[in-house]
Write a protein that binds this ligand. Structure first.
Ligand code: DWN
Length: 392
């Protein structure tokens, strides 16, 4: 593993602090990112035990954004039409944004965060509140095999691939397929989106890396869709190698060629990225400093896990950003880890409240700008660091 980026000491990204614990010392961990020239994997070097992050108080809910709800709905329509599955399973079903698009008797959720699993179970969806592994796969697929396994923004959080793919192989029907969706490394590099790296994101995948991993477990990618969600993601359609039912789509080779053209197989690409990250940090600090010099207020929008990386790396705290607005009930009245900026219940933006808004949820820029068009019309400004720090 060759290190290329040091994002400093970081707290756990989703460990929002309650007011009574504000003065407690937070645990921080080195956030260093590396590249493996053998299998092209880009990953963080110090991993945190999963139980410390995905527990009974996990604060992130996929259904907080219309963009994600629509994306999951559209995909469910496509899956029903193309693959006509009798049984679907989602690994990391979160609050049910995907599974709710299927009939209750043909979908299963797997969600280790108990507070989230309870949401879907209470709505009548079969949900296993466990980590996806071989023993769970055996239990679930004993009587009936699964036709489609879907997993969005989850494989990037799991260190041990071997357990995952063994469990997938055990539970899929003969023609069964796996669909994986995660942020695209190519988009991350192009957008200097260094905030895709935090404790939960052990990996940011490229197609060339995933291909090598899958090869080891006798799986292969037969189609790739490039989606706009989470700042640019890849949706990989995967089958067992021996399954000849699905033809190889030319998109697979196209993606591989583009990734190689952009140097994702070379360490020098990541060194260049690290230099751009350093420039991004310097520029964001300058932008914020200038606004504060003019005695203007800044608030944040979308208390994301990604913001945790940016704020802690750039050493921006409650002296610069007064508070964050967020719609997620679990985050409200708590404080962002490290920077200790308060999260307040979302209210429509008003120019008399703030002049500048730091876009923590930059991946939902389109949705947020639509919602806040009155603020923008009245002269309100956003600060974004993607692809480079600027005021918009
Ligand atoms: O992989 C992960 C992704 C999918 O979700 C997890 N490890 C954790 C989490 O990362 P994140 O916090 O960076 O994700 P989002 O989806 O960028 O978070 C958006 C945040 O912004 C949520 O807290 C909801 C909030 N929000 C809001 O307050 N108003 C979002 C929208 C669209 C809004 O209008």
């Amino acid at each position: 593993m060759k290190k290329f980026l040091n994002l400093g000491l970081q707290p756990l990204a989703n460990s929002y602090i309650t007011r009574n614990k504000l003065n407690h010392k937070e645990k921080k961990f080195k956030l260093i990112v590396g590249f493996n020239p053998k299998n092209y994997l880009v990953s963080i070097l110090n991993t945190i035990p999963k139980e410390k992050m995905f527990n009974d108080k996990y604060p992130y809910k996929s259904s907080e954004s219309l963009t994600m709800k629509k994306s999951f709905k559209d995909l469910s329509v496509e899956i029903k039409k193309k693959f006509k599955p009798n049984l679907i399973l989602e690994i990391g079903s979160n609050d049910g944004a995907f599974i709710k698009n299927f009939k209750k008797n043909c979908v299963i959720g797997v969600e280790p965060c108990k507070n989230l699993a309870k949401i879907t179970r209470d709505k009548g969806y079969k949900t296993f509140s466990e980590y996806w592994d071989v023993s769970l796969a055996k239990k679930i697929s004993k009587k009936k095999k699964i036709d489609v396994i879907y997993s969005a923004n989850t494989l990037s959080h799991i260190e041990n691939f071997s357990e995952i793919f063994k469990a997938v192989n055990l539970s899929l029907s003969d023609k069964g397929i796996l669909i994986l969706e995660d942020p695209s490394l190519l988009e991350c590099i192009k957008n200097v989106a260094y905030d895709q790296f935090y404790c939960e994101h052990i990996y940011v995948f490229s197609a060339i890396a995933l291909k090598k991993i899958l090869d080891k477990f006798n799986f292969e990618i037969f189609d790739i869709q490039n989606t706009k969600t989470h700042g640019g993601s890849n949706r990989y359609f995967i089958k067992r190698k021996k399954n000849s039912f699905y033809k190889l789509n030319p998109n697979v080779l196209k993606n591989i060629v583009v990734e190689k053209k952009n140097g994702l197989h070379k360490f020098s690409t990541y060194k260049r990225f690290a230099n751009k990250v350093l420039l991004s940090k310097k520029r964001l600090i300058q932008v914020v400093k200038k606004i504060k010099k003019n005695k203007k207020r800044i608030i944040g929008y979308g208390a994301t896990a990604k913001s945790c990386t940016v704020l802690n790396y750039c050493k921006i705290n409650d002296k610069q950003i007064d508070f964050f607005y967020d719609t997620t009930s679990y985050k409200i009245s708590k404080f962002l880890p490290g920077s200790k900026i308060e999260v307040k219940k979302y209210k429509k933006l008003k120019k008399n409240v703030t002049d500048y808004v730091f876009l923590g949820a930059w991946n939902f820029k389109k949705e947020i700008f639509k919602k806040e068009r009155d603020f923008i019309k009245s002269g309100g400004k956003f600060i974004t660091h993607i692809p480079y720090p600027k005021i918009i």
